[in-house]
Design a protein around this ligand. Structure first.
Ligand SMILES: [Zn+2]
Length: 385
């Protein structure tokens, strides 16, 4: 068949182990995984000798990169951003919207919907992450305080409608008013609720987890610290079985905290995210994060007044290198944190997040030094070094 793509001789990750295998991609799917394939029929082939074939990376928390800010981008720009993500090994992501004034927020939802429906040149849009406005003002991070409001089912419904029902994940703070009703409502719609930007106490957070919360937004960052008499949101997130996002750029979390989180949660509940802003992949300078002015120096992004760190300049491939380095564990033990685990949280694990017969052909091919050589999203080569 002419439209088949054959990936030969790669070191392929399957069920937690590397094996030498050939992969046949037909259309958007993995059609064959075998020891050695007769390659005479495949029109397109990649020689992956000496290379490692992994599931494509999934970033559930990113605000932009390559000079493009998701809150303020539309059309061609958003599509360009998907190409940047593909260069970093990402095959699927949740464009993450920061708290913004209603009109701007709605415009951003429409813009993402349009680009998702048209189809992207690079990584695929798997849905939208709404990071706010239902957060705690005292833990706002880089969010504009005056725009932070209590959860509103009515407003959320309007946003979801405008997005074409593409909202997949919403971050809320457990101390906000009527939050339990909100969590139950959203969860019934199969939308994931994550808790974060919060100073809530342990009991309040456990009640939210009981009500359906499935994840924590950048655990430890923009949260009340853990105290042995007041375990706070961090204690509840570590003790329960929810997923926890970690920003592993070496700035947001001490490597010892990454190891502690992995030990407490198990690798299967950790999700590596970038929380990257438009300054990822471009030089230091002045940038925007939604409505806020940002200054990036030595790769460290901060609000222009210096009061708070404001997202990261991390890329997914660097996140993977860091997780391997910080934990001292093998690539095969760390890879799920940016592939299978986010797919599982999003309810997409039957199709995405691992390499096996019949799954979406979302793949990244790395050399020994973790350079991305090829990225394949739903069967198409979207990046080639
Ligand atoms: Zn964020």
């Amino acid at each position: 068949m002419d439209d088949q793509l054959l990936i030969r001789n790669g070191r392929v990750l399957q069920e937690g182990k590397f094996t030498k295998a050939d992969l046949v991609i037909s259309g958007a799917m993995i059609a064959e995984v075998c020891e050695k394939r007769d390659d005479r029929k495949a029109a397109n082939r990649i020689d992956a000798s000496g290379l490692t074939v992994l599931p494509g990376f999934i970033d559930i928390h990113t605000h932009g990169g390559c000079g493009i800010d998701i809150n303020n981008a539309a059309g061609r720009e958003l599509d360009e951003l998907t190409v940047f993500y593909a260069e970093q090994g990402i095959t699927g992501f949740l464009p993450t919207l920061l708290t913004a004034a209603q009109e701007g927020f709605k415009r951003a939802l429409r813009n993402i919907r349009t680009v998702k429906e048209q189809g992207t040149k690079g990584a695929k849009i798997l849905g939208i992450h709404m990071e706010g406005p239902y957060l705690c003002k005292a833990f706002k991070g880089a969010m504009p305080e005056e725009l932070i409001v209590p959860p509103s089912i009515e407003q959320f419904e309007e946003y979801d409608r405008i997005s074409g029902n593409n909202i997949k994940l919403v971050t809320v703070a457990p101390e906000t008013e009527h939050v339990v009703d909100f969590i139950k409502h959203v969860t019934l719609k199969d939308i994931i609720v994550s808790i974060g930007h919060s100073g809530a106490d342990y009991d309040r957070c456990m009640a939210c987890i009981e009500a359906g919360v499935k994840s924590a937004t950048h655990l430890f960052n923009a949260m009340k610290p853990l105290h042995h008499h007041q375990p706070s949101i961090i204690g509840a997130c570590l003790e329960s079985d929810i997923f926890c996002e970690l920003i592993c750029d070496g700035r947001h979390l001490h490597p010892g905290i990454v190891r502690l989180a992995v030990k407490a949660k198990g690798m299967d509940k950790i999700i590596g995210v970038t929380d990257s802003i438009m300054a990822a992949g471009v030089p230091d300078g002045q940038y925007k994060l939604g409505p806020a002015d940002i200054i990036v120096k030595d790769g460290d992004a901060r609000l222009a007044d210096g009061s708070s760190r404001a997202g990261s300049t991390l890329t997914m491939i660097q996140a993977l290198k860091n997780i391997v380095q910080f934990t001292g564990k093998g690539l095969e033990q760390c890879i799920d944190t940016i592939t299978y685990n986010p797919a599982k949280l999003l309810g997409l694990d039957q199709r995405k997040g691992s390499i096996s017969l019949g799954k979406d052909a979302d793949l990244v091919i790395l050399d020994r030094d973790y350079n991305v050589r090829f990225t394949i999203a739903e069967g198409k080569i979207v990046y080639c070094a």
